[in-house]
Design a protein around this ligand. Sequence first.
Ligand code: 16G
Ligand code: MG
Length: 541
Amino acid sequence: MSTPFTDAIRTASQAHVKPEGKKFSYGTAGFRMKAELLESVIFRVGLLAAIRSRKLGGKTIGVMITASHNPPEDNGVKLVDPMGEMLEGSWEKYGTQLANAETEDDLVEAFAQICEEQKINNETAANVVYARDTRPSGPLLVRALESGLSAVGANSVDYNILTTPQLHYIVRCLNSDGLYGTPSEAGYYEKLATAFIKLMENKAALGPVTVDCANGVGGPSLRKLAEYIPKEVLEFNIVNDDVDSPAKLNHQCGADFVKTQQKLPPGLEVTPLGRYASLDGDADRIVYYFTAQDGTFHLLDGDKIASLAASFLGDLAKAAGLGNIKVGVVQTAYANGASTAFIEKSLRLPVSVTATGVKHLHHEAATKYDIGVYFEANGHGTVLFNSNCLYLIQKGHEPKSPAEATALEYLRSLTDLINQAVGDALSDLLFVEVALAHKSWSVNEWSGLYTDLPNRLVRVEVEDRTIFQTTDAERKLISPPGIQELIDACVGKYKQGRSFARASGTEDAVRVYAEAASKGEADILAYKVAEVVAAARMPSS
Ligand code: 16G
Ligand code: MG
């Protein structure tokens, strides 16, 4: 089999040789590993992006080069589909197939096979846009990508350094005939800032918010965004924004550090009851936190953000006279049980649970609810408004009072403020600020919505993590046989006990989560379940 690009691919790929014998896999976060291993992978992602664009009649596809919260020496790459969503799951295997082609001949063959299977017309234009975060390995990897794109005749535009959600936003703009926004970095800031300023009109100033940017791309981006927002509306105190010292990236700072360590980034000066937030290295994740008067640390994680968002939006929908639209929340098994109980029992809103990974939550929120709030406990998330809801907000619903008209106006601005393409730390930051201002809540009041059940996360190294197969949104193991019964027996011994084990999608390990009525019990439960996992074997046949 051959394609019009066979020779060009063969020649160009000689400059981006695959590390011999290395196995790659397009996973939850695309491809991610030590940057020095990635060059051939990224060259081949260029080929895949072009095929994907041709398959969709020339729609623009995005390629983002980032390794998010990983250490500075890592890098990664993922594809963005036309509406700004993650690459459709059924195409991930093609990424894996191209990345693993051992020789140049294998590569041109794999390319031709995918084109054949997907019935690609290689005369269709292919359009691809790309960006990278601030990692030092970025420029070299961008050149590998460009080499792949040009070998297969794709038109491409380099958007240089952006946050991951900014690239998702631009891809969506480019495929929406200008209806979603202006496809540029400035267009993004303008859209968010305009909506934010409108939503904060006549609201009492909250005092400054301090944002730890993980020394990643979120720092320069937030600085630019802040220029569009007058200080009287909101003052940003931007810290950990040194992108010129690569070793500092994600080191002892950022959302992942704060969430996993449950403590302040070292060196951060805090005022009791002030608002603090941390972004991750590519700014698609955010957590808030504060210290109480007595100095104790309080985390306001993705579950708390989801609870705030659901409470705010549920009230606003009612105030707008849209009592019939379905507001719901999507979480994963990692959501603290107290947050789920709060949303279901106090807010009386439905909760659905999906497997870990933004694409799963996003899909559920988009298809199940008119206003779908989704957040992972780790801070990935956003709020989606479906077409029915957008129609009602924009013109379908005639307000019956000035109060309804105002609430509708707020909802309209929120659809501009909240990134509809993907979870976005900068957009979420502004959204949280709006929700707190509208509710006149301090961090204390927000934190007091519910009290987290004590919990514990343990990482277990196993010989073969693929034997751990789950069902029921990863809450139950169906393999190895008999293991779930052992876990259930452990859980049954603890008050308010809950625990599950799942193979990580990003590391070679199994993760065990446990929660219970007290910290001591949560710890013991996690270790008991970890022991069960460590001892598990498949029956030999
Ligand atoms: C990736 C996912 C994140 C998920 C995490 C789980 C995206 C953009 N990122 O970072 O949503 O929480 O993986 O990691 O989907 P794990 O499988 O190692 O626990
Ligand atoms: Mg990230």
